[in-house]
Design a protein around this ligand. Structure first.
Ligand SMILES: *[C@@H]1O[C@H](CO)[C@@H](O)[C@H](O)[C@H]1NC(C)=O
Ligand SMILES: *[C@@H]1O[C@H](CO)[C@@H](O)[C@H](O)[C@H]1NC(C)=O
Ligand SMILES: *[C@@H]1O[C@H](CO)[C@@H](O)[C@H](O)[C@H]1NC(C)=O
Ligand SMILES: *[C@@H]1O[C@H](CO)[C@@H](O)[C@H](O)[C@H]1NC(C)=O
Length: 696
């Protein structure tokens, strides 16, 4: 937030819980009314399908959702701890109690827990204070809330002068250098923000020679004694089993393996409360803070205040568990529509993530009602409750890695909800072929905050435009589905930047008072989420629209052309996008044709063949070599840039090459950049060919 707009088509927002990446505003209003020909199932059963969708919508109740949330948030339930077993049991017995078939998948994963920490400030007048390192009223084991820490921070200590580094971005360090401030040998304090991932703020500090890092989160002053716990490991999934499932007896890398070590920072770090940070920063001397950083921090140091900091933690192998409920498809049991949410929480997790869990459990309740009234989905629906998301999407990633081939060939879509209800305002991210379905479904669901309006109407009125974010971030469980497996995905939430994020204050009481007092936002999320899944599971032709993908790719290409000089050719992209547009048109025409045809077995087979092409086109964007230096990331359109400073939140390989071109010899850098553009072009061609389905 507060970032200058880079370009009319991009706007950077910060949402601490799910994707904090760019929103690409797409001007799609008129466009979509023109191109939405295949929303409903084939004529003979469309009335029935409509009846089930209506009865799904009318079965919404806020009381059930509230009761589930109450039960889920009774105790803190950090992944890998004893109390988390209660929530596993609660979710599983709820699902099986509804008569749904349930499964669990467990993995042994390397998680990280705190043992001891201390911090004292030593002022220039000779006095010193101990800084509290937990929310008031919580002792280290008080109520089972884990003491504030950064998962996977190394143990260590530092006794050194303090420097304030703003968000700790590359740009911030350049500003410090211009002021003549050298952070080498200091303890740095940074405030979370500017979309900078936690781990990157720490790595930047490390690169600049800092001895330790303290991160605080500024926001609502009522919660300025809160500590934002979080993970500081790079990448996604269990560090010991990169690319394969961490099942019993699996191959595991050694803790000292360079592949493992490179995922952890080398300097210790900790969260700090905004109150404590303010008290320390108020005592700094040295250079004056650049005015654009922050009113309230006058000087950045170093010192004279000295901090004495220690952190001791342990990395431990623990068992984590995903829980699934399966509703088998009648006609196409081997096609999967997946709805997923994580269950593990830093503390009580009322917002993050159990508002989403409560919505998922209510969808299960409502689907069970449909089943009782005679509904059978056409395709298989799987409800997924992930573990250890907070440690780097570990539960979902291990499962995706273990089931890569089945998901690659059979997963229609993955629908994620992490923090369902953080506050007011509808937000959604998606791979673009799902944009259209999102619009159609939000037109059917009541707005939780505006009487008489639909979610769609209020969304449009509030923003003046429909904005759908893209899934380049690695901050929720959609990451492996999109970026590793190439499964079309959606991520839905209400509100963002909620002030109790990852603190001990993220409780049921906070939800009741502020997040969603009447649980209507929970109900809206469950309605949208469940209805999208019903369409994907029941529509005879998958409601995917590739025109919006074409449109989005064209925007990316134009955006890129403004950043690059004439020595780099974007022609390969232009050609590939044209091919993709042609394939999208063909698929759309065929969809219209099939829509009008009878439901004979022969036509159903043809529909299935078309659906397979619609489903598999997204996989075309995967490249088996992956991104350079981080091969796990296979998607060449969506993925995180390795340096946040690049501000290019698509084509991650191109983003990295642009960054490197700045620091290498021109010729080499440019050649590399051109190569990355070719790779993206080939990925788009692969998607086009898989959409066309022709190999000749
Ligand atoms: C020393 O400085 C600190 C920080 O400015 C202040 O809080 C404290 O009251 C001072 N102590 C004395 C004895 O002046
Ligand atoms: C900062 O200080 C360290 C250690 O004193 C030194 O090695 C480094 O070169 C300095 N950096 C700059 C940019 O002056
Ligand atoms: C710093 O803190 C550690 C751990 O609390 C303590 O053992 C050590 O004596 C302190 N050092 C100074 C110089 O205060
Ligand atoms: C559910 O919504 C109704 C109507 O707005 C409200 O009166 C009731 O208190 C809500 N229930 C809960 C549990 O929030």
């Amino acid at each position: 937030m507060g970032q200058p707009l880079l370009n009319p088509i991009t706007l950077f927002i910060s949402n601490p819980c799910t994707s904090s990446l760019s929103i690409f505003i797409i001007c799609i209003l008129g466009f979509y009314t023109l191109h939405y020909p295949h929303a409903s199932p084939s004529p003979s059963n469309s009335q029935t399908a409509l009846r089930f969708r209506r009865s799904f919508l009318s079965s919404a109740t806020n009381a059930t959702v509230a009761a589930y949330l109450r039960a889920l948030t009774k105790h803190p339930h950090l992944a890998g701890t004893k109390p988390s077993l209660d929530t596993i049991h609660y979710v599983q017995s709820h699902l099986s109690g509804l008569g749904l078939q349930t499964h669990t998948a467990h993995y042994n994963a390397l998680l990280s827990y705190p043992l001891h920490s201390s911090l004292s400030a030593h002022f220039s007048n000779g006095s010193h204070v101990d800084i509290p390192l937990a929310e008031p009223g919580l002792s280290h084991d008080g109520g089972g809330v884990v003491q504030p820490y950064h998962a996977y921070s190394p143990s260590g200590s530092a006794h050194a002068k303090v420097v304030f580094v703003n968000h700790g971005s590359g740009e911030d360090y350049r500003a410090l250098e211009a002021l003549g401030v050298n952070v080498s040998g200091c303890v740095v304090i940074a405030r979370r923000g500017g979309d900078l991932p936690r781990g990157e703020a720490i790595r930047n500090a490390e690169k600049n020679g800092a001895l330790a890092v303290l991160l605080y989160t500024e926001g609502d002053s009522r919660y300025n004694q809160g500590f934002e716990r979080g993970v500081v490991m790079n990448g996604v999934g269990d560090p010991l089993t990169p690319g394969w499932g961490g099942v019993d007896g699996a191959e595991r890398l050694d803790l000292e393996d360079p592949e493992v070590l490179k995922r952890f920072p080398n300097v210790p770090s900790m969260p700090l409360s905004a109150e404590a940070a303010g008290n320390i920063l108020g005592t700094l001397g040295g250079a004056p803070a650049p005015p654009e950083w922050r009113a309230g921090v006058e000087r950045v140091g170093p010192g004279p205040t000295v901090l004495n900091f220690t952190y001791q933690g342990e990395k431990k192998m623990v068992t984590i568990q995903n829980v699934f409920a399966v509703i088998k498809g009648l006609e196409e049991p081997d096609r999967y529509v997946l709805l997923g949410n994580h269950r593990d929480a830093w503390t009580y997790g009322a917002v993050d993530p159990n508002s989403g869990t409560a919505a998922l459990l209510d969808i299960a309740r409502r689907y069970a009602l449909l089943i009782h009234s005679g509904w059978n989905p056409r395709r298989t629906i799987i409800l997924c409750s992930w573990d250890a998301e907070e440690f780097g999407m570990i539960g979902s990633t291990e499962w995706v890695e273990q089931n890569l081939v089945n998901l690659g060939s059979k997963a229609v879509a993955y629908l994620n909800v992490d923090c369902a209800a953080q506050g007011p305002g509808f937000f959604v991210g998606a791979t673009p072929q799902l944009d259209n379905l999102i619009l159609e479904v939000t037109k059917k669901v009541k707005d939780p905050d505006l009487e008489g309006s639909t979610v769609y109407e209020n969304w449009l009125t509030k923003n003046g435009i429909i904005d759908i974010q893209r899934l380049s971030g690695v901050d929720s469980d959609f990451a492996s589905f999109v970026q590793h497996a190439g499964v079309p995905s959606i991520d839905i939430y209400y509100g963002r930047d909620f002030p109790v994020y990852h603190t001990a204050f993220d409780s049921y009481d906070w939800m009741r008072e502020f997040g969603d007092p009447l649980f209507h936002r929970h109900v809206a999320v469950a309605g949208i989420w469940g209805l999208i899944a019903l369409h994907l599971a029941d529509d005879s032709i998958l409601p995917f629209n590739y025109f919006s993908y074409v449109d989005q790719l064209k925007h990316y290409k134009d955006f890129l052309s403004h950043l690059l000089d004439g020595s780099i050719s974007l022609d390969p992209l232009t050609t590939a996008i044209e091919e993709f547009a042609y394939a999208a048109k063909e698929a759309e025409d065929e969809a219209q044709l099939r829509e009008e045809e009878s439901t004979s077995e022969f036509v159903m087979l043809k529909k299935r063949a078309l659906n397979d092409r619609l489903m598999l086109a997204e996989r075309g964007f995967l490249d088996s070599d992956g991104l350079e230096g981080r091969q796990w990331f296979k998607h060449l359109v969506y993925g995180p840039p390795s340096d946040h400073g690049s501000k290019l939140f698509f084509f991650p390989g191109v983003a990295d090459a642009m960054n490197q071109a700045k620091s290498t010899k021109t010729g080499q850098g440019q050649a590399k950049l051109q190569h990355e553009i070719w790779r993206v072009a080939r990925a788009i061609q692969r998607a086009a060919r898989s959409l066309r389905g022709e190999i000749y």
